[in-house]
Design a protein around this ligand. Structure first.
Ligand code: NAD
Length: 332
C-alpha cells in the first residue's frame, strides 16, 4: 500500500516506520504540505497521510481522487482543514485519529499555565545571562483561584482534574455537559458569561467549527475577569487575534499562552529563524512579556505519537485488507 505522507517531520517518520514494521505499507515521505498544487505528487499512491496544516479543499481532493488515491488518513483529531462533503462525493475515505493520549495535550496546557504564571520562561533566560534578579517575576498561587474550562471533552476533563489537584475551584462550560463526572470531581457547570467573568484562568478545549470560530472576540474579552490568564491549546481561530492584541494592550488580560495561532499555517513547524517574519500580528504578540507561544507541540509526546502512528497504520492496513477501520476514525 503506497502512502504519500505530506508535511513529514523526523518524528512522524520514526513513529510511522516503527508502527508499520511487518505491515504492507510503503511510505513516500514528503516534507512539503498537501495543497491543490502539491496533490499531483501523490501520483501512484493508494493513500495520503496528512496533518493539521495540509489544505484538503475540493480541488485538492479532486486531484487526489483522479490519481487513484482511495484513502486520506489524517494523523490528527481535528479535521477543519478537510472538505469532508467533497471527499464523500468523490468516494474518498477520510479517517482521523479519534483518540490519542489526551494527557499529552492537557499536560501541555498546564505546563503553559505554570510557565506563564511563574514566569519560568523569563527566569530561564535571565539566569543563563547571570541575571539573578527577581524583579518582575511575581506570579500568583493557583490554589484557591478559579479556573474556567471551555469544553469538557477528553482533554478539557483532564485539565480540569489536574487543576482541581492544585486546589483550584473549577467551573466549566459545554453545551453537552457531563454532569456525573462534574459531580464526582467537584466541578460546576455555568453559562459562558459567568465562566468568563469569574475565572482567573480560562482554558479552551473545543473543536474549531463555524460556531466556535472567534468564540473569543472583543465582546467576550470585555467580560473576562481583569487580569485573567487565557490558554489556548485547541485551534488558533477560536480566538480573534486582533481583539486579543487589543485586550493585551489595555492590560485587561494578565497573560496569554498559545500553542495554536490563527495564521499558523506555513509558520508553525518551520524553522524561520533566518527570515523576516511577515505576520505582523504574530510579531506583535511576541513583543508582550506576558504572552507565551509554543508552535503546536501539545501533542508531541512519545505516547501520543505512538498512538497516532498506530491508528494511522491500522487504517491504511484496513484499506489494503478490506477490513474495518479503527472505531470512530471514519469521517466519510
Ligand atoms: P472532544 O471532542 O473530546 O471534546 C470537545 C468538547 O467541546 C465536547 O465536549 C463538546 O461538547 C465541546 N464543545 C463543542 N462546542 C462547544 C462550545 N461552543 N462551547 C463549549 N464547549 C463546546 O475533543 P478533545 O479531544 O478534548 O479535543 C479538543 C480540541 O483540542 C480538538 O478539537 C483539537 O482542536 C484540539 N487539539 C489540539 C492539539 C494540539 O496539539 N495543540 C492536539 C489534539 C487536539
Amino acid at each position: 500500500m503506497i502512502t504519500a505522507v505530506y508535511d513529514t517531520k523526523p518524528y512522524d517518520r520514526e513513529h510511522l516506520q516503527r508502527a508499520s514494521a511487518n505491515r504492507d505499507v510503503e511510505w513516500r515521505f514528503l516534507e512539503f504540505r498537501l495543497t491543490r498544487e502539491t496533490a499531483p505528487l501523490a501520483q501512484g499512491a493508494h493513500a495520503v497521510c496528512v496533518f493539521v496544516n495540509d489544505q484538503l479543499d475540493r480541488r485538492c481532493l479532486e486531484v487526489l481522487a483522479a490519481q487513484g488515491v482511495k484513502l486520506v488518513a489524517l494523523r490528527c483529531t481535528g479535521f477543519n482543514n478537510v472538505d469532508v462533503a467533497a471527499a464523500k462525493a468523490l468516494n474518498l475515505v477520510v479517517t482521523r485519529v479519534p483518540v490519542y493520549s489526551p494527557y499529552a495535550v492537557a499536560e501541555h496546557a498546564v505546563a503553559l499555565l505554570l510557565t506563564l504564571n511563574r514566569k519560568i520562561h523569563r527566569a530561564y533566560s535571565r539566569v543563563r545571562e547571570l541575571n539573578f534578579s527577581l524583579n518582575g517575576l511575581e506570579g500568583f498561587d493557583l490554589h484557591g483561584k478559579t479556573a474556567g474550562i471551555v469544553g469538557t471533552g477528553k482533554i478539557g476533563r483532564i485539565v480540569a482534574q489536574i487543576l482541581r489537584g492544585f486546589g483550584m475551584k473549577v467551573l466549566a462550560y459545554d453545551p453537552f455537559p457531563n454532569r456525573d463526572w462534574a459531580a464526582e470531581q467537584g466541578i460546576e457547570y455555568v453559562d459562558a458569561s459567568s465562566l468568563a467573568g469569574f475565572s482567573d484562568v480560562l482554558s479552551l478545549h473545543i473543536p474549531l467549527t463555524p460556531q466556535t470560530h472567534h468564540i473569543i472576540r472583543a465582546e467576550i474579552l470585555d467580560l473576562v475577569k481583569p487580569g485573567a490568564i487565557l490558554i489556548n491549546v485547541s485551534r488558533g481561530a477560536l480566538i480573534d487575534t486582533k481583539a486579543l492584541i487589543e485586550a493585551l494592550k489595555t492590560g485587561r488580560l494578565g497573560g496569554v499562552a498559545l500553542d495554536v495561532y490563527e495564521e499558523e499555517e506555513g509558520v508553525f513547524f518551520e524553522d524561520l529563524s533566518g527570515q523576516v517574519l511577515q505576520d505582523d500580528d504574530l510579531a506583535r504578540l511576541l513583543t508582550f512579556p506576558n504572552v507565551l507561544i509554543t508552535a503546536h507541540q501539545a501533542f508531541l509526546t512519545r505516547e501520543a505519537l505512538a498512538d497516532i502512528a498506530g491508528t494511522t497504520v491500522a487504517n491504511i492496513n484496513a484499506l489494503a485488507q478490506g477490513t474495518a477501520f479503527v472505531e470512530g476514525s471514519i469521517l466519510t
